[in-house]
Structure formats: C-alpha cells, structure tokens
Design a protein around this ligand. Structure first.
Ligand SMILES: Nc1ncnc2c1ncn2[C@@H]1O[C@H](COP(=O)(O)OP(=O)(O)OP(=O)(O)O)[C@@H](O)[C@H]1O
Length: 261
C-alpha cells in the first residue's frame, strides 16, 4: 500500500494526523514510518500480531513515550512535544489494557473526580461555588451514557470487568474528548459482557459522533464497529482499509500466519 493511499484526504477533516512516526529504543526500531489520518467521527481499529507495536503506537499518541522521528497532530495542532496532561487538555482520552479505576471509591466518585480534575484545568469556565454540583451533574450524565446510573453508589471494585470498562469509558466521556484511544477494551471481560460493552462503544461512536482509535484483537468485535482497520506488523503499517478488504488481504493473512485473524 502506498503512503498516498493511507493518507488520502477524506471528506471530514482529520482529528489525528500521524506523519513519519518512529520510535527506537537502544538501537531497536519498535515503530517506524507510520503515516495515517483519522477523520472526524471515524472509528479506526488497530490490529496486529503480538509485539507488532500497537501499544507503543498508543503510548506515542498519548505522550507516554516520545517519538524519535516524525510528528503527531491533534486538530491540526502539533502535539509531538506535548506531555500527556497537555494532550489530555487538548482533547485526547485514553484507556489502558488493564483496568485503572479506583476500586475503593464509588462509581460516581471515580467519574466526579475526573470531571473536577478536567474542569479544574479549564478553570476559567468554573466558579468555585458551583463547581462541585456541576462536576457531580457531569459525572451522572456520563454514567447514564454508559448505562451505569443505577450503580453510581456502588464501590467501583464491586463491578464486573465489563462494567469496570464501561466506567473507564464514562471517566473519558466526562472530559468530552475529541479523540478516544481504547486499548483492548475487551481484555479480561467475560464473554457474556462483550455484547453490552460493544454496544456502549458503538453508541459513543455512532450516536455521540466521537472519533475513536481502538486496539482490539477480536475481529468479530471490530467488524460491526470499525470504519477502517489499521494492521501493524513489525512496527510498521501493513494495511489500512475497510474490515472486509483488510481480512481478504493476502499480506495481512501472511502476517497472521499461525494466529487467528
Ligand atoms: N520500553 C521498551 N523497551 C524496549 N522494547 C520495548 C519497549 N516497549 C515495547 N518494546 C518492544 O516493542 C515491541 C512492540 O511492543 P508493543 O507492546 O507495542 O506490541 P503490541 O502490538 O501492543 O503487542 P501485544 O499485542 O502483545 O500487546 C515488542 O517487541 C516489545 O517487546
């Protein structure tokens, strides 16, 4: 696939633009030559065999590691040198492979803290007197969007894995992110919880129109969600196309030799 095909302008403007992105550690090139855009409102899934560089790509986009080559733009602003908290303030939200909620706090408190922290960083909009109420209202709104309103008073640690994932998404939504990075949201989630969690992600994308980049191994989950699928292999982008075209691509099938696509 040519670089031109991967970055061809789409009707919608890009929220994320990655150019020549590379990351080397101690002489080993973990990621190299990545070029792609994610358009406003688009859902792009990232797949690839184990060790392909998917989490490294997310670490580069969210600022946990600095690239050794190339650039990253969010809404046309160059964020390549920004630390993670500045990227978050610009509208980048991320979940991690392992659950990151505060188990000893209530479900509501987990989201309220995120709301207060975010609004605190946008201080001018909030007056001290009404910030507590506003954070609580914003938190309840986010819980409703993921279907967890009735669990607001429960301890987060008491939730199932699937509901913890929904809570993480609520924590993201309360900051109204421009771009959501979901790192293997189905990891550790019981089979019975997968459809409901998939539905929450679908709602966030389709009904709220959020732009989503998601690492996920399960093609059956991706097929109904993703507009395009990016395939990584040995730190490079092997393909970026519709789910149907990607699964039929012989190069992709070769990369997955011995693994289930
Ligand atoms: N900080 C680091 N230092 C050295 N090597 C690293 C570092 N982080 C990742 N790697 C290596 O980079 C490669 C890509 O790792 P990464 O975790 O990004 O892959 P992945 O596609 O997310 O894999 P998985 O599907 O198993 O989660 C692996 O070989 C890994 O060992």
């Amino acid at each position: 696939m040519t670089a031109e095909a991967l970055t061809a302008p789409t009707a919608a403007r890009p929220v994320l633009r990655v150019r020549g992105l590379g990351w080397a550690v101690g002489g080993a090139r973990i990621v190299s030559g990545l070029e792609f855009d994610v358009a406003e409102g688009e859902f792009v899934a990232v797949i690839g065999p184990n060790g392909a560089g998917k989490t490294s790509l997310f670490n580069l986009i969210s600022g946990l590691v600095r690239p050794t080559e190339g650039s990253i733009e969010l809404d046309r602003a160059d964020i390549t040198a920004d630390p993670p908290h500045r990227r978050a303030r610009r509208g980048l939200g991320r979940t991690f492979q392992s659950s990151s909620v505060f188990a000893g706090l209530s479900v509501l408190e987990n989201v309220r803290l995120a709301a207060a922290a975010h609004r605190g960083s946008c201080l001018r909009l909030w007056r001290r007197a009404d910030s507590g109420t506003a954070a609580r209202e914003a938190a309840m709104g986010a819980l409703a969007r993921v279907g967890l309103s009735t669990r607001a008073a429960d301890l987060a640690g008491a939730l199932s894995h699937g509901d913890k994932r929904k809570l993480e998404i609520a924590i993201l939504l309360v900051t109204e992110p421009r771009l959501i990075l979901l790192d293997e949201p189905m990891a550790g989630v019981g089979t019975a919880d997968v459809p409901a969690l998939t539905e929450v992600i679908r709602t966030v994308h389709r009904e709220e129109g959020r732009t989503v980049l998601m690492v996920e191994h399960h093609m059956d989950v991706l097929l109904g969600l993703a507009d395009r699928v990016a395939v990584m292999h040995h730190g490079q982008l092997l393909a970026l196309d519709t789910p149907e075209k990607v699964t039929a691509d012989p190069l992709v099938q070769d990369a997955y030799l011995g693994e289930t696509l």
